[in-house]
Design a binder for this molecule. Structure first.
Ligand SMILES: [Cu+2]
Length: 276
């Protein structure tokens, strides 16, 4: 089959509400950096409305193969947006999740030119994935653009997304406990991760900066439609506790991934919770 250079072309248009907050095409609020980033506002520049054009270099992405993804950020007239603010050390953050949220990846496509970011990545198996790009056009507010894609290859049975019964777990030799005060939809709350050495049970007090903060948290609703990205209340904390302010828009099941760095290695700890 001849390759025409373009793989699949997918366009997601950001729709703005009256108050300027970005909404994704499914009508959910694109929440981002709730406590420290401005919303889009009523801007006269055309960065107030953006769209992303998602392409794979190959005809169709396949699992277990290196696939090159390009994401072009455009204004609503299709003109490339070429200048971006650096947010947490990067111009664009990309979250990749499988439909059942069992797979999570947080990667950073590199800016090339003409509004295009590129990255090579691998998908562990076939099936549906959601790609979520998080960025700030220069002079504009934080934006979130997302796209569902289909990856060819053997697809394992989907795993049910089940709320945890135990909020302490061990990942990469760290014992991590999640606690949430005031857990209720629509309420501001504090989410705390307490991190110990799993072997010695000693609190870890020398967490390192990861992308300019003690940790990063990404939250998705079970259907992957509601996306929340939080940064710590105290960015320069070093452990054993990392606190994040957040709010869940509706009741239901959510998956939370906390990412931290210790002794040069990043570890990711997932928790599934039920929000009343
Ligand atoms: Cu990132």
């Amino acid at each position: 089959m001849p390759k025409l250079g373009l793989g699949i072309v997918l366009v997601g248009l950001t729709v703005l509400t009256a108050c300027g907050q970005a909404k994704d095409p499914h009508g959910q609020e694109g929440q981002h950096d709730q406590h420290n980033q401005p919303h889009g506002g009523h801007e006269s520049t055309n960065t107030s409305q953006v769209q992303a054009v998602w392409k794979f270099a190959s005809q169709t992405p396949e699992s277990k193969k290196e696939e090159e993804l390009s994401i072009q950020i455009q204004d609503n007239t299709g003109k490339p947006i070429e200048k971006f603010e650096i947010s947490h050390e990067k111009k664009l953050h990309l979250i990749v999740v499988s439909k059942d949220l069992s797979y999570f990846n947080h990667i950073h496509p590199e800016y090339t030119e003409k509004g295009i970011f590129k990255i090579k990545t691998q998908f562990p198996s076939g099936g549906d994935y959601k790609l979520i790009a998080d960025f700030i056009p220069e002079g504009g507010g934080a934006k979130t653009e997302s796209q569902w894609i289909q990856v060819q290859g053997d697809a394992p049975a989907q795993k049910p997304i089940q709320p945890e019964t135990n909020f302490t777990k061990v990942v990469d030799g760290k014992e991590v406990t999640l606690s949430l005060d005031n857990l209720q939809a629509g309420k501001e709350l504090t989410m705390s991760f307490t991190i110990k050495d799993a072997a010695t049970k000693q609190p870890i007090t020398n967490l390192e900066q990861y992308l300019g903060a003690v940790g990063h948290v990404v939250i998705l609703s079970a259907d992957a439609e509601k996306y929340i990205h939080n940064h710590p209340l105290e960015e320069k904390a070093t452990g054993p506790v990392a606190k994040f302010g957040t709010s869940f828009p509706t009741s239901g099941t959510y998956k939370i991934w906390g990412q931290f760095q210790h002794q040069g290695k990043v570890f990711t700890v997932p928790f599934v919770i039920n929000v009343p």
